[in-house]
Design a protein around this ligand. Structure first.
Ligand SMILES: C[S@@+](CC[C@H](N)C(=O)[O-])C[C@H]1O[C@@H](n2cnc3c(N)ncnc32)[C@H](O)[C@@H]1O
Length: 337
């Protein structure tokens, strides 16, 4: 019998798990377990980063394919995720833990004496434990404080922000980060609330204000997504992370990023297009467009299989984008996008 792999015992919801770990290791697929080799390992050396540790599903599978002299640096903003990562690091000296945003990639790695890595992976957004814990404020189905911070040790909660934001700014956030077409009407209703103490109350106000309910979708879905993305600066962090991936990855190093909504996926796609094809939209109107560096080989996109979606409905909106760093040397000027 093949032994249960560690990721199956610890995490049930890691999305595109095999595909992402294979990509970050630069192999087509991971070896399958057999009765003769119940826990096959590629024994790869090198330095790798899991930018979004969560509960460590991807990290644990990656570690099982790394040699004893390899290093895995894991990031997370969330103190609860970091506590789990520290437990793992206590029993595995290959693991180094950073409690910070992956937007600090270069500086945080430099503090560990690392200037380049062999592989970078990120599984964006929030984890199931964050959604399931009503007290974190991410869910419109469970009551809790209107918080929504990934890093509860710093920064402003959504409730604090709602107290002082004006209607127009709130409407713009709902529109920009939630693609909510009824943003103005919803913003007005939210600003008429006396206090922001309960996620269920907030969800109810949004529901009442929303004129166009869709079957099978809570009317607060997009507004909650927007406030969460805004308060955690999710898109800004992704842009910073991607820009830093160019100098941080060694030639031949792998980038693998999973996203769950189009706002993120579009950014990753455009970043990889820009830096693999050398296509810069700002060059479009130039009579003689400059020759741009191609920092990545041809990117690929991988989606979940039907069987993964049926076992884990959260996987249905996931896309994995991956690319290999070329040997084109990084030039400072080109990274300022
Ligand atoms: C989808 S979960 C990752 C799940 C993980 N791959 C696993 O298998 O358990 C995303 C995690 O990334 C963290 N996160 C999101 N944005 C972050 C950022 N900018 N910097 C660091 N961590 C971040 C969240 O706190 C959350 O724990």
């Amino acid at each position: 019998m093949c032994a249960a792999s560690s990721e199956q015992r610890f995490v049930h919801d890691a999305v595109l798990l095999q595909e992402t770990v294979a990509a970050v290791l630069g192999v087509k697929s991971l070896p399958k377990c057999t009765d003769d080799a119940p826990q096959p390992s590629l024994q790869m050396s090198g330095i790798y980063v899991d930018a979004t540790f969560g509960r460590g599903g991807h990290s644990r599978l990656l570690l099982s394919h790394l040699s004893d002299d390899a290093t895995l640096v894991v990031f997370d903003k969330d103190p609860t995720a970091i506590a789990v990562a520290q437990e793992l690091a206590a029993s595995d000296s290959r693991v180094k833990v950073v409690h910070d945003s992956f937007a600090t990639l270069t500086d945080s790695l430099a503090a560990l004496g690392i200037d380049q890595v062999d592989g970078l992976m990120a599984d964006l957004g929030i984890s199931s434990p964050q959604i399931d814990d009503g007290s974190r404020g991410f869910s419109f189905m469970r009551d809790g404080a209107v918080d929504m911070r990934m890093d509860t040790s710093r920064g402003q909660s959504v409730a604090e922000w709602l107290e002082q934001v004006d209607d127009e700014t709130l409407a713009n956030v709902l529109y920009e980060f939630g693609e909510e077409r009824h943003s103005r009407r919803i913003a007005r209703a939210i600003k008429q609330m006396d206090s922001y103490e309960s996620t269920l109350e907030l969800a109810e106000v949004i529901k009442t204000a929303h004129p166009n309910w869709q079957r099978g979708k809570h009317p607060a879905t997009q507004s909650f997504q927007a406030m969460r993305i805004f308060i955690n600066n999710e898109l800004g962090d992704v842009d910073d992370f991607l820009a830093q991936s160019i100098p941080i990855l060694k030639a031949g190093g792998q980038l693998a990023v999973i996203s769950f909504h189009s706002l993120e996926d579009r950014r990753i796609k455009q970043f990889l297009q820009r830096h693999s094809k050398g296509q810069y939209p700002e060059d479009d109107n130039l009579p003689m467009p400059p020759k741009r560096p191609r920092y990545f080989g041809k990117p690929k996109r991988v989606g979940p299989s039907k069987s993964e979606i049926s076992g884990n409905p959260r996987a249905r909106s996931a896309w994995l984008r991956l690319a290999t760093r070329s040997d084109v040397e990084y030039q400072q000027a080109a990274s300022q996008d």
